[in-house]
Design a binder for this molecule. Structure first.
Ligand code: PGA
Length: 246
């Protein structure tokens, strides 16, 4: 049985003090025995403080981005080795904000995915369609295409070892959550694309997940947890969401 996973994407919010405090609150209130994995994805500069605050808990830490390069003259970039050195286990790859606002194309996303696995990090590969693509009935083509680009680069087996987060772009930060049926339809198409090798791959839903929408989403047969943005910045709300993935 696949252990569900819920990840909190803090995006570019907070300072050292608020990040440490939020992590400490989560560590204090989290029941390590629940059959759900919790992952926190703070900004790079707060990774060390968050890791320290979580030292006595089983809550894992990851980064929001990774360089496709191993090291060298790449000003402003952060390598996979650096993330491992800080105690990260996970890294987001291809978040729609990276694709849209920072011009990351499918080839770059695939290179980043490969760089993450090379150092032992588990990539959380984000995929999802825009509102226009959904309206033009292109959702499944877009999502399957984004995953196919990574399969072409690293192979199906390696994609199945990762985590995939389906995040419709129109649902991110908008308060407009996909219906459980809409989400399940896409998750099922991803599961079909992965075939037998992906039977246990964790497929997360992301996009305006809140405690009041999580239960029904997480109850869908091909949804194995969530990727949560805004609602992960509030300890109690996030803990409530994570518990619902049980
Ligand atoms: P949201 O963000 O929950 O605030 O919509 C999700 C994400 O971007 O991962």
């Amino acid at each position: 049985m696949t252990k569900p996973l819920v990840a909190g994407n803090w995006k570019m919010h907070g300072n050292t003090e608020t990040a440490s405090n939020l992590a400490a609150q989560l560590a204090e209130q989290w029941n390590d025995h629940l059959p759900v994995e919790m992952v926190i994805l703070p900004p790079f500069v707060h990774l060390a403080a968050v890791k320290a605050a979580l030292a006595k808990s089983t809550i894992a830490v990851g980064a929001q981005n990774i360089s496709q390069h191993e090291g060298g003259a790449y000003t402003g970039e952060t390598s996979g080795e650096m993330l491992v050195d800080l105690g990260c286990d996970y890294v987001l790859v291809g978040h729609s904000e990276r694709r849209e606002l920072f011009g990351e194309c499918s080839a770059t996303v695939a290179e980043k995915f490969k760089a993450a696995q090379k150092v032992g990090l588990t990539p959380i590969l984000c995929v999802g369609e825009s509102l226009q693509q959904r309206q033009q009935q292109q959702t499944l083509d877009v999502v399957n295409g984004q995953i196919a680009a990574v399969i072409d680069c690293v192979g199906l087996h390696n994609v199945c070892r990762a985590v995939i987060a389906y995040e419709p772009v129109w649902a991110i930060g908008t308060g407009e959550v996909a219906s459980p049926q809409q989400a399940q339809q896409v998750h099922s198409a991803i599961r079909t694309q992965l075939g037998d090798a992906g039977a246990d791959t964790r497929l997360l839903y992301g996009g305006s997940v809140k405690a009041n929408s999580a239960a029904e989403l997480f109850a869908q047969s091909d949804i194995n947890g969530g990727l949560v943005g805004g609602a992960s910045l509030e300890a109690q709300e996030f803990l409530n969401i994570v518990k619902l993935a049980e």
